[in-house]
Design a protein around this ligand. Structure first.
Ligand code: PEP
Ligand code: MG
Length: 760
């Protein structure tokens, strides 16, 4: 049964167009389950009814015409109850309602199951049979499983369908709104700029063409270029390569020469699909046939066929493989996964916002966007980047909403909100260098989190006390190899000397999780619970020692270096890291050969981001000079929610009462232990978060340079005593959303509402 199920899902997902795919689905299910009819009804929430969208068995004339109210009949009941309904004789059920148009009089047995995606009923799928009988548990399980798998296809198709239809029919496409996860606050408008990522057959959107002859030529040209490329590659193959690798190239050659492939693709073009889509349709069929073969060798060849076709596709879409050209007007960067190097490459005066298809509110892409002060939306997995390319986009980073192709009036109103926001920020900036003192004279120390433009971030503001977190992994991620010691030394020294009076906290390499190094691929089932941060660098002491030596050497003549260890879970890790740091220190000291060397062992701190350490603070305090709370990971690990996964993003919330309770415990204990403590997670740079943290007793907050002025303004606008009163109130609340609303209301009453929602 599992194989049948898989085959059905695969075949349906390969069928272009939602209607055709659903028709295929009902036909396949009817045949596989040997039932008399299979039908799908899709929900229309505006009209509050379910529409018969595909059927094999009921009257095809009724498709698109029969609409069943959400609370009507058996179909409505399945949707309402959100569970399967299996009955022997439908006609006898009290909820049975007769729809003469579908001609179901002769059917008795009925099995219906809802199609649900992310808690929303998208439709209902049914099977019916003439015999009076109950469907078996296996049949029920089959339909439920199939509905679950098909739900994602329908959700995607729904979104894509709407967008593509308006595009390919060149309709005066109305605005569309897509919701994602808020990644960085702020409003932005601009033209969507899809990063010229490799489009693969698997993520290609099916499109129709306007000009058949043009598409045929485009296809033939792409094949010619690919053939030349393959010839060149195979000519350059090393003799020592295994025969099966050489055989792949021979097969590529044969495939490209096979007139059947070209004929089939051109056949699809003649049916109205563009060259890329035609290739996709033909190749996915080929690949499916290979995958279905018994011989594992032949099954594997499916991969080769797809690989070859992706090459052809690349040339269809971009025949000359031109270099990236950025728009010369304001744009919103759209990519499957936003990386630091992408952001670094974008012209900063034109980059107005960021949309990352993957990721969630505290993915590193979102953190980078916040550091640059550009609004960001994350996790819109139902949309392909290419659909936002070249469209006018309005993005609301507070709400996580994107408006595609807005009406002129909508765009004007949005522009008005952007202007209000700019005025607010001008006001905040004007006070940027005023000391961070509350209205009841309590001083807060604001530090900067940095990684991309350290010197710029530090130089920007006299009010910044230093660097609370230098994410050293960012330069590592921008390189294509481990930066050698001398290169690291030069970078670290240039940072320490920008302002020798300000503490610079350099965190040792924190890669793993969602921070990959291209030259150290790590494949793990659970990367966030895996080989990350200090775990990796202690296992590879050569990496740790090179970095430690570079930092220590860089600190010669300075006293402002602090080293911080990420992802500490055990006391043993701290001890081992201290041992390596001492080794690096003595090596450097010995090598300097200078009897007057003033080199000092840097102060050492640890990140508190793994919940386990919260229960060992007294022991840890004896080993280190300071603590720094990483609320991003602490929230993720305390709530068991992947910070990168948009499916569970509504659960990831640092205002969860348990997270607040832990943060309160840490502050109280650290203050009792007289151990300096900073918060360097994103919560510190969030206006609502900063208010609660200062009330808990944190005096040092570290955040990106962009947020410093905002938080300075918050600090200067309130009294610590009011914040403490607020904290004692919110600690009684049960839900993160209640806490957030209460703190937002507090900000509103203090004239700070413009920091947490659109509008001045
Ligand atoms: C954190 O986890 O809060 C933190 C500051 O580290 P990062 O976001 O780099 O994991
Ligand atoms: Mg962290």
């Amino acid at each position: 049964m599992l194989t049948t199920l898989k085959q059905i899902v695969q075949e349906v997902s390969r069928t272009p167009g939602l209607d055709a795919a659903l028709n295929r689905l009902v036909t396949l299910v009817k045949a596989a389950m040997e039932v008399d009819s299979c039908s799908i009804y899709l929900a229309n929430y505006d009209k509050q009814h379910l529409v018969l969208t595909a059927t094999n068995g009921l009257d095809p004339e009724a498709v698109g015409k029969v609409c069943i109210g959400f609370s009507e009949g058996l179909i409505g009941l399945v949707g309402q109850r959100e569970e399967p309904l299996n009955i022997e004789n439908a006609h006898e059920h009290p909820r049975f309602k007769h729809y003469p148009e579908v001609k179901e009089e002769e059917y008795n047995a009925f099995l219906g199951t809802p199609i649900i995606y992310q808690r929303k009923v998208l439709g209902v799928m049914t099977m019916q049979q003439k015999d009076m009988r109950r469907f078996s548990p296996d049949e029920e399980a089959f339909l439920v499983t199939l509905a679950t798998q098909i739900a994602l296809e329908i959700a995607n198709a729904d979104m894509l369908g709407e967008l593509i239809q308006s595009e390919s029919l060149a309709l005066p496409s109305g605005p569309k709104t897509v919701n994602g996860v808020p990644g960085a606050n702020g409003l932005a408008m601009g033209i969507g700029f899809g990063w010229n990522q490799q489009v693969l057959l698997s993520n290609l959107v099916n499109r129709r063409h306007q000009n058949e002859a043009y598409e045929i030529i485009a296809y033939r040209d792409a094949v010619d270029i690919t053939r030349a490329e393959v010839k060149q590659l195979s000519a350059g193959l090393d003799e020592s390569l295994p025969d099966d690798i050489k055989a792949i190239f021979t097969m590529y050659d044969q495939l490209l020469d096979a007139s059947s492939l070209g004929r089939e693709v051109e056949q699809q073009i003649k049916q109205g699909w563009n060259a890329a889509t035609s290739l996709k349709i033909v190749i996915e069929n080929y690949a499916a046939r290979f995958k279905a073969m018994q011989d594992p060798y032949m099954q594997e060849r499916a991969v080769d066929i797809i690989d070859l076709s992706n090459r052809i596709l690349g040339y269809i879409l971009n025949p000359t493989k031109q270099a990236r050209q950025f728009p010369d007007k304001p744009f919103i960067l759209v990519a499957t996964e936003i990386t630091a190097s992408m952001l670094a490459e974008c012209p900063s005066d034109m980059l107005k916002g960021v949309i990352s298809i993957h990721g969630s509110q505290n993915s590193h892409a979102a953190i980078l966007a916040r550091a640059l002060g550009v609004p960001a939306i994350m996790g819109i997995s139902s949309v392909l980047p290419s659909l936002l390319d070249n469209k006018m986009l309005l993005i609301d980073g507070y709400a996580g909403a994107i408006t595609i192709a807005p009406e002129p009036q909508q765009a004007r109103e949005f522009k008005h909100l952007i202007n209000e926001e700019q005025l607010l920020y001008a006001k905040i900036d004007a006070l940027g260098n005023e000391p961070s003192i509350t209205q009841d004279q309590h001083e807060m120390h604001l530090y900067v989190n940095t990684g991309l433009a350290v010197k710029h971030d530090l130089a920007d503001n006299d009010n910044i006390k230093g660097v609370g977190l230098f994410r050293t992994e960012i330069p590592f991620m921008q390189s294509d190899h481990f930066p050698p010691e001398q290169e690291q030394y030069e970078l670290y020294r240039s940072i320490l000397q920008v302002n020798p009076d300000k503490d610079i906290t350099m965190r040792t390499l924190d890669v793993g999780g969602d921070k990959p190094l291209s030259y150290l691929p790590i494949v793990e089932d659970n990367p966030f619970l895996g080989w990350r941060g200090i775990r990796l660098t202690l296992d590879q002491p050569e990496i740790f020692l090179v970095q430690a030596r570079a930092m220590i050497r860089a600190s010669e003549d300075f006293t402002n270096l602090q080293i911080m260890l990420p992802m500490i879970t055990t006391i043993a890790e701290v001890k081992e890291a201290k041992r390596l740091l001492k080794q690096a220190f003595f090596e450097v000291k010995e090598e300097s050969n200078d009897p007057h060397s003033t080199l000092m062992m840097p102060r050492l701190g640890i990140m508190l981001e793994v919940p386990a350490v919260v229960y060992q603070l007294p022991q840890l305090a004896k080993l280190v000079d300071f603590f720094s709370v990483g609320t991003n990971d602490l929230t993720q690990y305390l709530l068991a929610v992947d910070r990168n996964n948009p499916r569970v993003s509504s659960l990831y919330n640092s205002f969860h009462p348990s997270v607040l309770a832990v943060l309160q415990t840490i502050a109280t204990q650290a203050n009792t232990l007289h151990k300096p403590i900073t918060v360097c997670g994103e919560l510190a740079g969030d206006p609502a978060g900063a208010v609660l943290l200062m009330a808990m007793g944190y005096q040092k907050l570290s955040m990106n340079a962009y947020n410093i002025r905002k938080i300075n303004w918050v600090v200067r606008s309130i009294q610590l005593q009011q914040a403490q009163q607020l904290l004692s109130e919110v600690m009684q609340l049960e839900d993160a959303s209640d806490v957030k609303s209460r703190v937002d209301a507090f900000l509103e009453t203090h004239g700070l509402g413009g920091l947490v929602r659109a509008g001045g």
